[in-house]
Ligand binder design. Structure first.
Ligand code: XIL
Length: 363
């Protein structure tokens, strides 16, 4: 684990880092105003928005879930309902019902919306993935379909979306381009095309490239950096770099997350943590629960300390509903509240970091 190195590098990052770390955890039972404020109240003075992925089927059906989304966060991301398979299950039949519900909820609660996601290899409707796979949708048609998808979906939500994850997960771990249906059908230019089309569709939304395992400096984030640098030199409107932040206590932490975000900032980009969770191989032991708390804290501190980082979004907030057990069998308990909505040590760490960062004037 690189936790010790992590802490040292944050300490040397300057006065703000010292303030963040020096506070430590309040003694049990000690009165702190962080104990009574919600995450979004604590986040407000930091200039970083705190968000969560939202399962829209729970809004209005799980009262605790619904009131926590409203109370704790000032940005929301649809966990699934802006994905292509949901918005166009049959070719030409558009369905924005669930996504509209989230946008209305966000408006009612003064929250921003991160749009997620327009161009991805996953969760495509069958008509599209089959057509791309068997060649009945060729290159020219694939381009037309993708352009139309971006124009239609972004057009539908125009003015309501703060930031869009335009392209999601385009790279492999070794830095080569993922063998996605889009790469196969269109070639590597699909990425530049997507950002150009997106900018036309909603010039005010911040256009993000988003990926996982890109928190630290490694072959994958290097490749994203190189491509984005190239694209920006050609005036392609890539405006944000999102690191998903899906960590596991089995793998430790990168020790250079802030430096990684900062190199993208130097290209002129905003940055964000877009899908934070820290999963544990079950059953969880106390050391893992502590490591999870450190993982959240490390990612949040990296964002708070990096001027370009505009938001920190949790990929869900309660262990009651999480994608982790379905995707990583044997793993779970990845969120900051347990399944009974009780705050875990990770929640307290997040509270404390936000509280201690209140002096940061970022934006
Ligand atoms: C996940 C959702 O949480 C699940 O409900 C769904 O079944 C699969 O997708 N990276 C992303 C997210 O960009 O869209 C994924 O969300 C998690 C990984």
């Amino acid at each position: 684990m690189s936790l010790r190195r992590t802490c040292l590098s944050l300490v040397t990052a300057g006065a703000v880092a010292s303030a963040l770390l020096a506070g430590g955890a309040p003694a049990a039972g000690a009165a702190t105003d962080s104990g009574t404020k919600t995450l979004k109240q604590l986040a407000k003075p930091t200039g970083v928005r705190v968000g969560t992925a939202v399962d829209t089927s729970l809004l209005g059906t799980d009262a605790t879930y619904t009131s926590a989304v409203a109370a704790q966060f000032n940005t929301v991301t649809p966990e699934n309902v802006m994905k292509w398979e949901v918005v166009e299950p049959e070719r030409g039949k558009l369905d924005f019902t669930q996504a509209d519900k989230l946008v209305a909820f966000a408006k009612a609660h003064n929250q921003k919306v991160r749009g997620h996601t327009l161009v991805w290899h996953s969760q495509l409707p069958a008509w599209l993935s089959d057509g791309l796979a068997d060649g009945t949708i060729g290159k020219a048609e694939a381009k037309r379909i993708l352009k139309q998808h971006i124009a239609t979906e972004m057009g539908h939500f125009k003015g309501d979306i703060w930031a869009w994850d335009v392209v999601n997960e385009a790279f492999n771990e070794d830095g080569t381009l993922r063998d996605s249906p889009w790469l196969r059908a269109i070639g590597p230019d699909y990425i530049a095309d997507a950002f150009r089309w997106a900018h036309k569709a909603d010039p005010k939304a911040i256009l993000f490239y988003n990926d996982y395992n890109t928190e630290g400096i490694n072959a994958k984030s290097d490749a994203a950096y190189k491509l984005i640098k190239e694209l920006r030199s050609e005036n392609v409107p890539v405006e944000g770099f999102g690191v998903q932040g899906h960590l596991s206590t089995d793998y430790g932490l990168p020790n250079d997350m802030q430096a990684n975000l900062h190199r993208f900032a130097k290209l002129g980009l905003k940055t964000a943590v877009t899908e934070a969770d820290v999963r544990i191989t079950l059953p969880a032991n106390p050391a893992e629960v502590q490591a999870q708390s450190n993982g959240y804290s490390y990612m949040l501190q990296s964002c708070l300390l990096e001027h370009s980082c505009i938001s920190f979004t949790f990929w869900g907030f309660t262990d009651k509903y999480s994608w982790v057990p379905n995707t990583f069998p044997g793993e779970g308990q990845a969120n900051i509240y347990d399944e009974n909505y009780q705050p875990k040590p990770a929640y307290e760490a997040v509270q404390r970091d936000l509280q201690l960062a209140k002096g940061i004037k970022k934006h």
